[in-house]
Design a protein around this ligand. Structure first.
Ligand SMILES: C[S@@+](CC[C@H](N)C(=O)[O-])C[C@H]1O[C@@H](n2cnc3c(N)ncnc32)[C@H](O)[C@@H]1O
Length: 294
């Protein structure tokens, strides 16, 4: 049984939907399709106050990683694109010590500072490049990273990539923004930086097998596959999926819910669609929310 609610209002306006270019740590580099960190944190606090682990299997440039950091939760993220995986890893795990001497190039025995170096060079090619001073100030003013956080570069639809999920979590929240169209826009990068990002991820022991093409038949296919991977390993899970219509205007909310109920049967409860508002030309933004129990 699915219930539809028009009462939930987060995000309630465009500024709460778009990423904030001043958000500490997140401002180091924001992907074109990034979410708003504070809105994500508020949604998770509202809908899953008991969460002890934040999972985002389609982690992009790390808005969820920043939200987890704000909430003081360990983060488990997976991202297919090496540049974004590097940025996400830096946002999730960097501390001031890594930022004091960011190397100009990747140095294998300094993996975290190297991911920060890739992130800073990604930022340098944008309209608002972040300075070393701002990176240090953000880290000094922000909550510490959880020592249990992990970010992996891999294909989240493959079972092996989930091997390192901290299974001791009592109640995880899976918040993610699956690609709404047929493929995600890849970030632009200066020549050679993609290869350096790959090197940094290998040095950080974050590279995993099963790196696929990154395009999928549908929103409902990728969304349901990553939820099933998490549900296979975790006892209790609150699932929150961002949804907007696809490029052709099609609505994937009910097909995604159908796939999940077919696969999870009695384990899935309290399925809700929370409609928020229309913030992009794609149309209505909603959250698909459900509980997965043992
Ligand atoms: C809508 S974006 C997420 C945006 C994210 N919230 C951020 O702050 O950047 C979806 C992401 O899923 C990634 N992705 C697509 N297929 C994937 C897969 N099979 N495994 C892991 N990541 C994948 C894309 O590369 C893209 O970065």
């Amino acid at each position: 049984m699915t219930s539809l609610s028009k009462a939930y209002r987060s995000p309630g306006k465009l500024t709460e939907y778009l990423p904030d270019p001043c958000e500490p740590i997140d401002r180091w580099f924001q992907a074109r399709n990034a979410s708003n960190v504070r809105t994500t944190a508020r949604i998770v606090r509202d809908l899953c106050p008991a969460a002890d682990l934040f999972v985002d299997p389609l982690a992009g440039g790390g808005s969820s990683a920043c939200a987890a950091r704000l909430l003081g939760l360990p983060f488990f993220g997976i991202e297919l694109d090496p540049l974004l995986a590097c940025v996400c890893l830096a946002k999730s795990t960097a501390e001031s010590g890594h930022a004091r001497a960011v190397p100009p190039l990747v140095i294998p025995d300094q993996p975290l500072a190297s991911c920060l170096s890739v992130t800073r060079r990604m930022s340098a090619s944008t309209e608002h490049p972040v300075s070393d001073h701002e990176i240090l100030a953000d880290l000094a003013d922000s909550p510490c990273a959880s020592a249990k956080s992990r970010v992996l570069w891999g294909d989240a639809t493959q079972a092996e990539v989930w091997d390192e999920l901290p299974e001791e979590a009592r109640h995880a929240v899976l918040y993610t923004s699956p690609p709404f169209g047929l493929s995600s826009p890849r970030p632009q990068a200066p020549p050679g930086l993609r290869a350096e990002a790959e090197l940094a991820l290998v040095a950080a022991k974050a590279a995993r097998s099963g790196i696929g093409p990154g395009t999928f038949a549908s929103y409902d296919q990728i969304a349901s596959t990553v939820v099933l991977r998490a549900a296979h390993r975790l006892r209790r899970l609150t699932v929150i999926l961002e949804h907007e219509p696809a490029d052709d205007g099609s609505d994937s909310r009910l097909p995604a819910i159908r796939r999940l109920t077919d696969a999870l049967g009695g384990r899935i409860r309290d399925i809700r669609i929370l409609e928020c508002g229309a913030y992009s030309p794609r149309g209505l933004f909603s959250l698909i929310v459900c509980e997965v129990v043992q």
